[in-house]
Design a protein around this ligand. Structure first.
Ligand code: NAI
Length: 471
């Protein structure tokens, strides 16, 4: 095999594999190192993709059990076959990881199998660790991109064993539905996986340190979302700190203390999901060769994603720019590839949508009311509820609303949040509008098809000027 490359990308998650494809499109000789058996990183293997598969299947199961009858679809004896559901998820993951293998071949990208270790700015060592041998090969390169992603964090007194006390990885493959599941952390992972297991029959309690769920989201949204999830039967212990977990007589217990009242409580359960955030995967090699980290222990990069060592770049969850999201990493992958090739490549960190794929979904882009108040920016708000949207009404999914925030003087859209069954898809329109610097009036005067959930966006934009039609 050829041992000289223009670029070696370390890590094949959404940041790394996209960077590799763009580099190859631009004519550079590219290799991508991956230590796992399959390509695609956390997102494809144990993150976005398998969780969305389980979210979809569990939602259908729940609907078949609880809603079909009302629609005149009479079914008897609906039963859960969890192993089939998990197999379907595993098949989807396999197909998509194979898809990346295909794209690598199509683009003539060399897939180096093993752990990539940076020896110096022009050398990456790939260590293949099979059961009976340890193979090590050095490759020369002009540039290196670090896109090694992140791993779950835990709490000081809790050890994740992926059996009883699990991270998202374990919670994507419980062999049987836990009768009682405790989820520590009311963020993205905590709430998506709470939804999955609640729908499949678990008694779920979420313990969140703060007094609200989804920190960083608009408070209006977070409050409404909490009510919706509580209605679905998920229990919440807010403002509570988990102090430890123990196994007592085959039962796991979680100890917590209320931050305000200092009242202590012990809850019994079968499984505990720890979802309190993720930390970057940064190997010793990175600090050993002198790549600087910032105070959050993430890799410090400049505007061009270059680290403190020339021609070594970093993107995705390992850097301290933007949220830890797959699509942010993908955009950075394209940008860094173009920058290496002398083009302008850029990422607009002000317009990165985020979506929680529960039912209904929650999506947002741009700034929240709280952020704007902090920044002393004057704004106007337009809200429109789905109870007044005809499509939501006929679909029996009237929960939620659209909230458009625009600059008080210029009317420029500054942020949008949506709770709706279609929020994840709808938010793309707003991201595009914001990229083009649209005003609320621009959206209000854009024709939206009827009957669609998207009409609620137009109405919320009209509500910014206090003239919605249907509410
Ligand atoms: P997160 O940062 O979204 O939420 C963690 C939650 O845990 C926060 O609400 C935090 O206040 C709480 N917490 C922290 N320490 C705690 C403690 N000691 N006791 C109780 N609560 C505590 O992190 P999460 O959910 O683990 O997700 C990790 C990353 O993965 C995030 O950056 C997220 O954006 C990303 N992700 C994105 C998804 C999506 O786009 N749909 C899906 C899943 C993950």
């Amino acid at each position: 095999m050829e041992n000289n490359f223009d670029v070696i990308v370390i890590g094949s998650g959404p940041g790394g594999y996209v960077a590799a494809i763009r580099l190859a499109q631009l004519g550079l000789k590219t290799a991508c190192v991956e230590k796992n058996k399959t390509l695609g990183g956390t997102c494809l293997n144990v993150g976005c993709i398998p969780s969305k598969s389980l979210l979809k299947s569990s939602e259908l199961y729940h609907k078949a059990k609880k809603e079909f009858n009302n629609l005149g679809i009479e079914t008897d004896n609906i039963k859960l076959n969890l192993s089939k559901m998990l197999n379907n998820k595993n098949r989807s993951v396999l197909t998509l990881t194979k898809g990346i293998e295909f794209l690598f071949k199509k683009n003539k990208i060399t897939h180096l199998k093993g752990t990539g270790i940076i020896i110096d700015k022009n050398t990456v060592s790939v260590v293949e660790n099979s059961s009976d041998s340890l193979k090590k090969v050095n490759y020369k390169t002009k540039n290196i991109i670090i896109s090694t992603g992140s791993k779950p964090t835990s709490l000081p007194n809790i050890k994740i064993d992926e059996e009883t006390i699990v991270s998202s990885t374990g919670a994507l493959s419980f062999p049987k539905v836990p009768s009682k599941l405790i989820v520590i952390g009311g963020g993205y992972i905590g709430l998506e996986l709470s939804s999955v297991w609640r729908r499949l029959g678990s008694d779920v309690t979420v313990i969140e340190y703060l007094d609200h769920i989804i920190p960083g989201m608009d408070k209006d949204i977070s409050n409404e979302f909490l009510k919706i999830l509580q209605k679905q039967g998920i229990k919440f212990k807010l403002e509570s700190k988990v102090t430890g977990t123990k196994v007592i007589k085959n039962k796991t217990v979680v100890d917590l203390t209320n931050n305000k009242t200092k009242k202590k409580e012990r809850i019994e359960c079968d499984k505990v999901l720890v979802a309190v955030g993720r930390k970057p995967n940064i190997g010793n090699d990175i600090t050993k060769i002198g790549i600087k980290l910032n105070k959050n222990n993430k890799i410090q990069v400049d505007k061009k994603f270059e680290t403190s060592i020339k021609s070594i770049y970093a993107i995705g969850d390992v850097i301290d720019k933007g949220p830890m999201l797959a699509h942010k990493a993908e955009d950075e992958g394209i940008a860094v590839a173009e920058i290496i090739c002398g083009q302008a490549g850029h990422v607009n960190y002000d317009v990165i949508p985020s979506v929680i794929y529960t039912s209904p979904e929650v999506a947002s882009v741009g700034k929240t009311e709280e952020q704007l108040k902090k920044e002393n920016i004057k704004f106007k708000v337009g809200k429109f509820p789905f109870i007044a949207n005809s499509r939501a009404k006929v679909n029996n999914d009237t929960e939620g609303f659209v909230k458009v925030i625009a600059d008080e003087k210029t009317d420029k859209v500054l942020g949008v949040s949506i709770i709706s069954s279609e929020a994840g898809t709808m938010i793309a329109e707003l991201a595009l509008a914001m990229e083009f610097g649209a005003s609320a009036e621009d959206i209000a005067r854009t024709c939206h098809a009827h009957p669609t959930h998207s009409e609620a966006i137009k109405e919320a934009a009209m509500a910014v000027d206090k003239r919605p039609i249907h509410f």
